[in-house]
Each structure stands twice: as structure tokens, then as C-alpha cells.
Design a protein around this ligand. Structure first.
Ligand code: FAD
Length: 468
């Protein structure tokens, strides 16, 4: 009918997966429509995820670094925090990137259709905008990139003092006492921000360590540092009830021995995971299978069970990370354009942008032990790195895992300042099949933190001569 649209490739959702797929398909000559329900493009990552959190984490780092300069003979005054200006800085960064995507879409003639999209058939999506206006978009091929949203716990009441990551990034105020429910990456990154801004932080985590996906020895330096800054870190503990009272949020904790206790907080950040949006798009109408949790299964070309419909990003499974979504977006677009492309990455790196950062890729030691994968390791403690000592931050560790058969690197775990950037060298090394000699004999600039990768390889080889 009038106002209806057709595209060769329709992309549902404009997060890092979706815009990447849309742009790549357009670059390969396809007529593309990108459907997005939010007013701005960029999805969770740009609007309420990776980018705003990193803008705030940078500021947090500067605050805590300035605080700690006292130990090096330089004292700054107590920071004066203007929340409105800080929020404006963060919003400015987000706005620059989301605005940039509008320009990039126009430049490629990718048409953006705004509104909530749901399938009405195997070649049709109905889009309803904020005013209730409906546009039917027909397509030859489709890429589902609907992303994910925060999980809520059923027993937690509705209260404006109980927030998710999106609420935390809004930076409404700096609460006096804040509970971080969930000791994973997102919870700890936000804890880092609010700690620097002046909140007293308590973290509660069900498992026996924070950041449960990373090796315990690598998480330890982070644990030690935040333990000294925060009020409390409760491990092997669950929250069983939350009551919203005028005096505050009364939380009941239960530890692994069944002991319960209560405490009162001014704010709670619920960061217990994210759930995929697969159930919100009426995928059945297109014949696309969605599992109980809302995930859509795909093959190694990102194809769903319906060959002309692809799915990418958070909606297809873990790890829910932007760079995975981007990579999958390129694969889907290239396959849609007729290229022979597969998802065959050897690794997907993970980084917690906490202070210190925790980063890992490939096989972790915990995983190797659990799966019986043979490995040997080279571990370099940053206490012997001249650069780390000069930075006043020598708590880091660089650990590399090698295949004992051929000495090829199979995994890397790094904790320390800038660990996320340092990890890139290990990612390239693993993808290229590098071995310990390649890493150990490559001359690294001195003094840099990157030397710790070099030194860890030499520790494994037993060829290290002098440290620092
Ligand atoms: P999303 O980014 O979730 O985008 C999906 C888009 O689809 C949304 O814009 C949504 O509005 C739209 N949409 C969904 N359904 C419909 C529909 N039916 N109709 C129309 N539009 C629809 N990852 C990292 O790699 N690094 C980080 O540092 C990092 N930090 C994070 C910090 C926080 C606080 C959070 C919450 C997440 C973070 N992530 C990070 C995860 C990252 O944001 C996600 O992995 C990534 O955004 C997933 O991309 P995606 O394209 O799959 O979907």
C-alpha cells in the first residue's frame, strides 16, 4: 500500500551488529533498510552501553589517579564534581557517535525506518512508529539484530532507587550507600564510576569470585584493590528480598551457609545479566525459531533455520559483546551479498574496563582444566615491569597459555592498567598461530606495558635474563 517499502536487505535493529550489517550490505551494492525503534541509532552499545560507560570510566580513572598521586608527592584538592557537566560530557560523546551513524547511513543510501518492527510473514516486517503509524517493509533477505535488555529479578519491587545499567548511566545523583547486585563486568564497571564519584559501594555476587568468566588469579589484583576502596564485597551470597521503605532499601542477604543478614542502601544497581530480545519480534510469523530464553540459533554463516533470514549479535547468544556483533554483522552481510564467508574466529576477547582492567582471550586456565586441554603457562608479574612501577601500578599480571606440543599460544589473561589494549597483541598472535619464540623474540619497545607479553613468553621459554 502507500507508504510501504521494499528492500533487498532489511536489518532489524541498529546496534553495532545491525548498523555494521546494513553498511556492509549497502557497500556491496544492496538496497538496504534499517529499522530502529529508538530515536537514535547505535543500539545499546552507543546509547546506554559500551560508550557512555567508558566516558564515565575515563573520568573515574582521572579522579582516583589524582587521589593516589599523594603517595608520589603531589596532592590535588578534593574533586568538585558537577554532575550536570559530567552528564553533558557523556551525552556529548554519545551524541557525536549516534549522529555520525545518521550521516554514514545517508552517505550509503541506507534508509532508516523508525518504529517497532515485528515479522508478519517470511518476507515482511510491519513497523509501527511512536505515533502509531504503520509501514510494511518487504524484503528479499533480512538480518535480525534485535539485541538484548537487562534482566530483572522477580522479587525486586518497582522503585526509582532501584536501577539497571541504563539508570546508572543516567547519573541522576551520587548515592551515599550503593549496592551493586551482581559482580560481573557491567556491575563492577558502574561500581568503579560511583566509587570515584564518592558513593560507598557494596558488591554482592553469587559465585565464589567477581567476574566469574575470568581466571581467579587474574581477578585477584582487582579484588584486592576494590576491597580496600569499597565498603564490602560479598561473595557466595545471594539477595533474597528487597523492601523499599522511606528510610531506604532494606536488603536481605543469604550466604552459602544459609546465614541471613539485612542492610539498608540508598540505591541498588541490578546487574545480573541481560536477556535477548528474540521474543519481541514475532519471529514465528517468519518461521524463525526462538528458544525459551529468547535466543535465535544460527549456523556458521549467521543463517537462521530460514535461509534468507540471518541473525547476529546479542540475540544469537553469548558472549554478548559489541565486537562479536560487529564481526557477525559483516559475515551476515557478505553472505547475503553472495560472498563465501563464515564465522570462524579463533577467539572473542573479553575486557572488564574496571581499574585495574581484566582482559582475556582464547583458552583460560579454568577452562583448560575443566575441559582437560593440555597447556603450559608463562606468567609475568608486573612488579618486575619498569613501566608499571613508574605508573605506580605494579599489581598487574600477564599470563599466557601455550600448547605444550608445539609451543603455540592458545590463551592470554591480563590484569592491570590498560590490559584491554595490551590483549590485542595476544589476539593477533593466537589468530596467526604464533608460538612462544615469535612472542619472545619480537623486540618490544622499552619501557612499555607491552613488554609484559614479551616477558611472559620468555618466562615460558625460560630465556628471560633481566627484568625491568
Ligand atoms: P543492541 O546494541 O542491543 O541493539 C539492538 C537494537 O535493536 C536496539 O537499538 C533496539 O532498540 C533495536 N530493536 C530491538 N528490537 C527491535 C524491534 N523489534 N524493532 C525495532 N528496533 C528494535 N560490549 C562490549 O563489547 N564492550 C563494552 O565495553 C560493553 N559495555 C557495555 C556496558 C553496558 C552498561 C551494557 C549494558 C552493555 C555493554 N556491552 C559492551 C554490550 C554491548 O552493548 C552489546 O553486546 C551490543 O550492544 C550488542 O549489539 P547488538 O547489535 O546485538 O544489539
Amino acid at each position: 500500500g502507500p507508504g510501504d517499502e521494499h528492500a533487498e536487505v532489511v536489518v532489524l535493529g541498529s546496534g553495532p551488529g545491525g548498523y555494521t550489517a546494513a553498511f556492509r550490505a549497502a557497500d556491496l551494492g544492496k538496497k538496504v533498510i534499517l529499522i530502529e525503534k529508538n530515536p537514535t541509532l547505535g543500539g545499546v552499545c552507543l546509547n546506554v552501553g559500551c560508550i557512555p560507560s567508558k566516558a564515565l570510566l575515563h573520568v573515574a580513572k582521572v579522579i582516583t589517579e589524582a587521589e593516589e598521586m599523594g603517595a608520589h608527592g603531589v596532592t590535588f584538592g578534593k574533586p568538585e564534581i558537577n554532575l550536570d557537566d559530567l552528564r553533558a560530557f557523556k551525552d556529548g560523546v554519545v551524541g557525536q557517535l549516534t549522529g555520525g551513524l545518521e550521516g554514514l547511513s545517508k552517505g550509503r543510501k541506507v534508509k532508516v525506518v523508525r518504529g517497532m518492527g515485528t515479522f508478519s510473514g517470511p518476507n515482511m516486517i510491519d513497523v509501527v512508529d511512536a505515533d502509531g503509524k504503520k509501514t510494511s517493509v518487504s524484503f528479499d533477505q533480512c538480518v535480525i539484530a534485535a539485541g538484548s535488555e537487562p534482566v530483572n529479578l522477580p522479587f525486586i519491587p518497582e522503585d526509582e532507587r532501584i536501577i539497571d545499567s541504563t539508570g546508572a548511566l543516567e547519573l541522576k545523583d551520587v548515592p551515599e550507600r550503593m549496592l551493586i547486585l551482581g559482580g560481573g563486568i557491567i556491575g563492577l564497571e558502574m561500581a568503579c564510576v560511583y566509587d570515584a564519584l564518592g558513593s560507598n559501594i557494596t558488591v554482592v555476587e553469587l559465585m565464589d569470585q567477581i567476574i566469574p568468566g575470568a581466571d581467579k588469579d587474574i581477578v585477584k589484583p582487582l579484588h584486592t584493590r576494590i576491597k580496600s576502596r569499597y565498603e564490602d564485597i560479598k561473595l557466595k551470597t545471594k539477595v533474597t528480598a528487597v523492601e523499599a521503605t522511606d528510610a531506604g532499601l532494606v536488603v536481605t542477604f543469604e550466604d552459602d551457609k544459609g546465614e541471613t543478614s539485612t542492610d539498608t542502601f540508598d540505591k541498588i544497581l541490578v546487574a545480573v545479566g541481560r536477556k535477548p530480545n528474540g521474543k519481541l519480534i514475532n519471529a514465528e510469523a517468519a518461521g524463525v525459531a526462538v528458544d525459551d530464553r529468547g535466543f535465535i540459533a544460527v549456523d556458521n554463516q549467521q543463517k537462521t533455520g530460514v535461509p534468507h533470514i540471518f541473525a547476529i549479535g546479542d540475540v544469537v547468544g553469548q558472549p554478548m559483546l559489541a565486537h562479536k556483533a560487529v564481526h557477525e554483522g559483516k559475515v551476515a552481510a557478505e553472505v547475503a551479498a553472495g560472498e563465501k564467508r563464515f564465522f570462524d574466529a579463533r577467539l572473542i576477547p573479553s575486557v572488564a574496563y574496571t581499574d585495574p582492567e581484566v582482559a582475556w582471550c582464547g583458552v583460560t586456565e579454568t577452562e583448560a582444566k575443566a575441559k582437560g586441554i593440555a597447556y603450559e603457562k608463562g606468567v609475568f608479574p608486573w612488579a618486575a615491569s619498569g613501566k608499571a612501577l613508574s605508573n605506580g601500578r605494579s599489581e598487574g599480571i600477564t599470563k599466557l597459555l601455550f600448547d605444550p606440543e608445539d609451543d603455540r599460544i592458545i590463551g592470554a589473561c591480563i590484569v592491570g592498567t590498560n590490559a584491554g589494549d595490551l590483549l590485542a597483541e595476544a589476539c593477533i598472535a593466537i589468530e596467526m598461530g604464533a608460538d612462544a619464540v615469535d612472542l619472545g623474540h619480537t623486540i618490544h619497545a622499552h619501557p612499555t606495558l607491552s613488554e609484559t607479553v614479551n616477558f611472559a613468553a620468555e618466562m615460558f621459554e625460560g630465556t628471560i635474563t633481566d627484568l625491568m
